[in-house]
Design a protein around this ligand. Structure first.
Ligand code: ADP
Ligand code: ADP
Length: 226
Protein backbone atom coordinates (compact mmCIF):
# COMPACT_ATOMS: atom_id res chain seq x y z
CA UNK A 1 0.00 0.00 0.00
CA UNK A 2 1.19 3.54 -0.59
CA UNK A 3 1.83 5.92 2.30
CA UNK A 4 2.45 9.06 0.21
CA UNK A 5 0.85 10.00 -3.10
CA UNK A 6 1.49 13.14 -5.10
CA UNK A 7 -0.99 13.39 -7.95
CA UNK A 8 -0.42 15.83 -10.79
CA UNK A 9 0.76 18.67 -8.54
CA UNK A 10 1.72 22.22 -9.54
CA UNK A 11 3.28 24.58 -7.01
CA UNK A 12 4.05 28.19 -7.85
CA UNK A 13 5.69 30.70 -5.50
CA UNK A 14 4.75 34.36 -5.34
CA UNK A 15 1.46 34.63 -7.20
CA UNK A 16 0.46 34.15 -10.83
CA UNK A 17 3.72 35.55 -12.28
CA UNK A 18 5.90 33.78 -9.71
CA UNK A 19 8.26 30.85 -10.01
CA UNK A 20 6.68 27.57 -11.11
CA UNK A 21 8.71 25.25 -8.89
CA UNK A 22 7.10 21.88 -9.72
CA UNK A 23 4.60 21.01 -12.43
CA UNK A 24 2.77 17.79 -13.27
CA UNK A 25 4.51 16.19 -10.32
CA UNK A 26 3.55 12.58 -9.63
CA UNK A 27 5.09 10.37 -6.98
CA UNK A 28 4.13 7.33 -4.94
CA UNK A 29 6.01 6.19 -1.85
CA UNK A 30 5.07 2.75 -0.59
CA UNK A 31 4.75 1.97 3.10
CA UNK A 32 8.17 0.90 4.36
CA UNK A 33 9.99 2.21 1.30
CA UNK A 34 13.27 4.08 1.58
CA UNK A 35 12.96 6.59 -1.26
CA UNK A 36 15.72 8.93 -2.37
CA UNK A 37 14.92 12.02 -4.45
CA UNK A 38 17.71 13.39 -6.64
CA UNK A 39 17.74 16.16 -9.23
CA UNK A 40 19.51 19.35 -10.27
CA UNK A 41 19.74 22.31 -7.90
CA UNK A 42 16.55 24.39 -7.90
CA UNK A 43 14.40 21.67 -9.51
CA UNK A 44 11.91 21.63 -6.64
CA UNK A 45 13.17 18.92 -4.27
CA UNK A 46 12.65 21.02 -1.13
CA UNK A 47 9.29 22.09 -2.51
CA UNK A 48 8.31 18.43 -2.85
CA UNK A 49 9.31 17.82 0.78
CA UNK A 50 7.29 20.81 1.97
CA UNK A 51 4.25 19.65 -0.02
CA UNK A 52 4.33 16.22 1.65
CA UNK A 53 4.78 17.66 5.15
CA UNK A 54 1.98 20.19 4.61
CA UNK A 55 4.22 23.25 4.90
CA UNK A 56 3.10 24.24 1.39
CA UNK A 57 -0.31 23.55 -0.17
CA UNK A 58 -0.26 23.24 -3.98
CA UNK A 59 -2.34 25.40 -6.30
CA UNK A 60 -3.17 22.31 -8.31
CA UNK A 61 -3.26 18.55 -7.73
CA UNK A 62 -3.54 16.35 -4.67
CA UNK A 63 -1.11 15.23 -1.97
CA UNK A 64 -2.10 12.47 0.46
CA UNK A 65 -0.32 10.93 3.44
CA UNK A 66 -1.79 7.73 4.93
CA UNK A 67 -4.83 8.23 2.74
CA UNK A 68 -5.56 11.71 4.08
CA UNK A 69 -5.56 14.82 1.88
CA UNK A 70 -2.74 17.07 3.12
CA UNK A 71 -4.14 20.52 3.92
CA UNK A 72 -2.02 21.41 6.97
CA UNK A 73 1.22 20.25 8.65
CA UNK A 74 1.12 16.49 9.15
CA UNK A 75 1.72 15.13 12.66
CA UNK A 76 2.87 11.56 11.83
CA UNK A 77 5.94 12.98 10.10
CA UNK A 78 9.43 13.59 11.42
CA UNK A 79 11.39 16.19 9.49
CA UNK A 80 15.02 17.16 9.32
CA UNK A 81 15.90 19.85 6.80
CA UNK A 82 19.30 21.06 5.75
CA UNK A 83 19.35 24.20 7.88
CA UNK A 84 19.32 23.27 11.55
CA UNK A 85 16.44 25.02 13.30
CA UNK A 86 16.99 24.58 17.01
CA UNK A 87 15.32 26.91 19.50
CA UNK A 88 18.22 28.95 20.96
CA UNK A 89 16.70 29.33 24.43
CA UNK A 90 16.41 25.57 24.92
CA UNK A 91 19.08 23.03 25.64
CA UNK A 92 19.86 20.38 23.04
CA UNK A 93 17.93 17.79 25.04
CA UNK A 94 14.86 20.02 25.26
CA UNK A 95 15.12 20.71 21.53
CA UNK A 96 15.09 16.97 20.85
CA UNK A 97 11.99 16.56 23.06
CA UNK A 98 10.13 19.36 21.25
CA UNK A 99 7.95 17.25 18.90
CA UNK A 100 6.47 15.48 21.93
CA UNK A 101 5.14 18.79 23.20
CA UNK A 102 3.32 19.66 20.01
CA UNK A 103 0.86 16.79 19.64
CA UNK A 104 -1.60 16.40 22.56
CA UNK A 105 -1.39 12.61 22.50
CA UNK A 106 2.40 12.83 23.02
CA UNK A 107 2.12 15.66 25.55
CA UNK A 108 0.14 13.48 27.91
CA UNK A 109 2.65 10.65 27.58
CA UNK A 110 5.57 13.00 28.09
CA UNK A 111 4.08 14.24 31.37
CA UNK A 112 3.59 10.69 32.60
CA UNK A 113 6.84 9.17 31.39
CA UNK A 114 9.24 12.10 31.37
CA UNK A 115 12.18 10.04 32.60
CA UNK A 116 11.81 7.42 29.86
CA UNK A 117 11.66 10.06 27.14
CA UNK A 118 14.69 11.87 28.52
CA UNK A 119 16.57 8.56 28.44
CA UNK A 120 15.38 7.96 24.91
CA UNK A 121 16.54 11.42 23.82
CA UNK A 122 19.91 10.83 25.47
CA UNK A 123 20.18 7.49 23.71
CA UNK A 124 19.44 9.10 20.33
CA UNK A 125 22.03 11.80 20.98
CA UNK A 126 24.55 9.10 21.81
CA UNK A 127 23.73 7.27 18.55
CA UNK A 128 24.67 10.36 16.51
CA UNK A 129 27.84 11.03 18.50
CA UNK A 130 26.47 13.71 20.83
CA UNK A 131 26.74 11.87 24.13
CA UNK A 132 26.90 14.41 26.95
CA UNK A 133 25.82 17.37 24.81
CA UNK A 134 22.16 17.31 25.92
CA UNK A 135 22.70 20.11 28.43
CA UNK A 136 24.45 22.41 25.92
CA UNK A 137 22.67 25.22 24.11
CA UNK A 138 22.56 25.36 20.30
CA UNK A 139 25.17 28.14 20.11
CA UNK A 140 27.60 25.86 21.92
CA UNK A 141 27.33 23.30 19.08
CA UNK A 142 28.89 23.39 15.63
CA UNK A 143 26.67 23.43 12.52
CA UNK A 144 27.19 19.71 11.97
CA UNK A 145 26.36 18.94 15.60
CA UNK A 146 23.15 20.95 15.32
CA UNK A 147 22.30 19.01 12.20
CA UNK A 148 22.77 15.74 14.07
CA UNK A 149 20.61 17.01 16.96
CA UNK A 150 17.93 17.91 14.40
CA UNK A 151 17.96 14.32 13.23
CA UNK A 152 17.35 13.15 16.82
CA UNK A 153 14.45 15.57 17.10
CA UNK A 154 12.94 14.09 13.91
CA UNK A 155 13.09 10.61 15.46
CA UNK A 156 11.98 11.14 19.08
CA UNK A 157 8.25 10.57 18.43
CA UNK A 158 8.88 7.47 16.27
CA UNK A 159 7.26 8.92 13.15
CA UNK A 160 5.68 6.69 10.52
CA UNK A 161 7.19 8.90 7.84
CA UNK A 162 10.63 10.46 8.02
CA UNK A 163 11.36 13.32 5.62
CA UNK A 164 15.06 14.18 5.29
CA UNK A 165 16.14 17.12 3.11
CA UNK A 166 19.93 17.03 2.77
CA UNK A 167 20.27 16.20 6.45
CA UNK A 168 23.98 15.41 6.18
CA UNK A 169 25.05 18.50 4.23
CA UNK A 170 27.12 20.22 6.91
CA UNK A 171 28.91 17.04 8.01
CA UNK A 172 32.42 15.88 7.32
CA UNK A 173 32.70 12.70 5.23
CA UNK A 174 33.48 10.50 8.22
CA UNK A 175 30.50 11.62 10.31
CA UNK A 176 28.27 11.45 7.26
CA UNK A 177 29.06 7.81 6.67
CA UNK A 178 28.49 7.06 10.35
CA UNK A 179 25.05 8.63 10.12
CA UNK A 180 24.26 6.68 6.96
CA UNK A 181 24.65 3.59 9.08
CA UNK A 182 22.39 5.03 11.80
CA UNK A 183 19.68 5.74 9.23
CA UNK A 184 20.09 2.36 7.58
CA UNK A 185 19.81 0.54 10.92
CA UNK A 186 16.75 2.60 11.76
CA UNK A 187 15.07 1.66 8.49
CA UNK A 188 15.98 -2.01 8.92
CA UNK A 189 14.76 -2.25 12.51
CA UNK A 190 11.62 -0.12 12.46
CA UNK A 191 8.44 0.18 10.53
CA UNK A 192 9.36 3.57 9.09
CA UNK A 193 9.01 5.03 5.60
CA UNK A 194 11.80 7.41 4.59
CA UNK A 195 12.06 10.07 1.89
CA UNK A 196 15.57 11.49 1.54
CA UNK A 197 16.57 14.41 -0.68
CA UNK A 198 20.24 14.38 -1.57
CA UNK A 199 22.73 15.78 -4.06
CA UNK A 200 24.93 12.78 -3.50
CA UNK A 201 24.19 9.90 -5.88
CA UNK A 202 26.44 7.59 -3.91
CA UNK A 203 24.41 8.36 -0.78
CA UNK A 204 21.13 7.75 -2.66
CA UNK A 205 22.27 4.41 -4.01
CA UNK A 206 23.82 3.29 -0.72
CA UNK A 207 20.75 4.07 1.36
CA UNK A 208 17.58 3.91 -0.71
CA UNK A 209 15.44 1.10 -2.11
CA UNK A 210 14.31 3.36 -4.96
CA UNK A 211 15.89 6.48 -6.44
CA UNK A 212 13.33 8.97 -7.80
CA UNK A 213 14.96 11.23 -10.39
CA UNK A 214 13.58 14.76 -10.95
CA UNK A 215 13.82 16.92 -14.07
CA UNK A 216 15.07 20.51 -14.05
CA UNK A 217 12.59 23.15 -12.87
CA UNK A 218 9.65 22.99 -13.02
CA UNK A 219 10.41 19.63 -11.50
CA UNK A 220 8.65 16.34 -11.91
CA UNK A 221 9.70 12.75 -11.40
CA UNK A 222 11.23 11.49 -14.65
CA UNK A 223 11.96 7.93 -13.61
CA UNK A 224 12.38 5.64 -10.63
CA UNK A 225 15.45 3.40 -10.37
CA UNK A 226 14.65 0.30 -8.35
P1 ADP B 1 15.72 22.40 -4.74
O1 ADP B 1 15.42 21.97 -3.36
O2 ADP B 1 15.62 21.28 -5.75
O3 ADP B 1 17.02 23.11 -4.87
P2 ADP B 1 13.54 24.26 -4.29
O4 ADP B 1 12.32 23.46 -4.08
O5 ADP B 1 14.21 24.85 -3.11
O6 ADP B 1 14.57 23.43 -5.20
O7 ADP B 1 13.20 25.46 -5.27
C1 ADP B 1 12.57 25.28 -6.53
C2 ADP B 1 12.44 26.63 -7.18
O8 ADP B 1 11.52 27.42 -6.46
C3 ADP B 1 13.74 27.40 -7.23
O9 ADP B 1 13.75 28.15 -8.44
C4 ADP B 1 13.64 28.32 -6.01
O10 ADP B 1 14.41 29.49 -6.19
C5 ADP B 1 12.17 28.61 -5.97
N1 ADP B 1 11.69 28.84 -4.59
C6 ADP B 1 11.80 27.98 -3.56
N2 ADP B 1 11.24 28.46 -2.45
C7 ADP B 1 10.76 29.69 -2.81
C8 ADP B 1 10.06 30.71 -2.13
N3 ADP B 1 9.74 30.59 -0.82
N4 ADP B 1 9.73 31.81 -2.81
C9 ADP B 1 10.03 31.94 -4.10
N5 ADP B 1 10.69 31.03 -4.83
C10 ADP B 1 11.04 29.92 -4.19
P1 ADP C 1 17.62 24.39 -1.50
O1 ADP C 1 17.92 24.70 -2.94
O2 ADP C 1 18.33 23.17 -1.08
O3 ADP C 1 16.16 24.41 -1.18
P2 ADP C 1 18.13 27.12 -0.87
O4 ADP C 1 19.23 27.76 -0.08
O5 ADP C 1 18.01 27.40 -2.33
O6 ADP C 1 18.26 25.57 -0.62
O7 ADP C 1 16.73 27.50 -0.24
C1 ADP C 1 16.47 27.40 1.13
C2 ADP C 1 15.03 27.87 1.35
O8 ADP C 1 14.91 29.26 1.02
C3 ADP C 1 14.05 27.17 0.40
O9 ADP C 1 13.59 25.95 0.91
C4 ADP C 1 12.95 28.20 0.22
O10 ADP C 1 11.95 28.10 1.22
C5 ADP C 1 13.69 29.51 0.33
N1 ADP C 1 13.95 30.03 -1.03
C6 ADP C 1 14.70 29.47 -1.99
N2 ADP C 1 14.71 30.21 -3.11
C7 ADP C 1 13.96 31.28 -2.83
C8 ADP C 1 13.58 32.42 -3.59
N3 ADP C 1 13.95 32.60 -4.85
N4 ADP C 1 12.81 33.34 -2.98
C9 ADP C 1 12.42 33.17 -1.70
N5 ADP C 1 12.74 32.12 -0.95
C10 ADP C 1 13.49 31.18 -1.50
Amino acid sequence: ASLVTIDNVDMRYGGADGTLAVSGLNMVVERGEFAAVVGPSGCGKSTLMKLVTGLHIPQQGLVTVAGIHVTKPVSIVGMAFQNPTMLPWRTTLDNVLLPLEIVERHRRRLRKHKKEYVEKAEHLLETVGLKGFGSKYPWQLSGGMQQRANLCRALIHEPELLMLDEPFGALDAFTREELWQVIRDLHASQDVTIVLVTHDLREAVFLADNVHVMSARPGKILKVHK
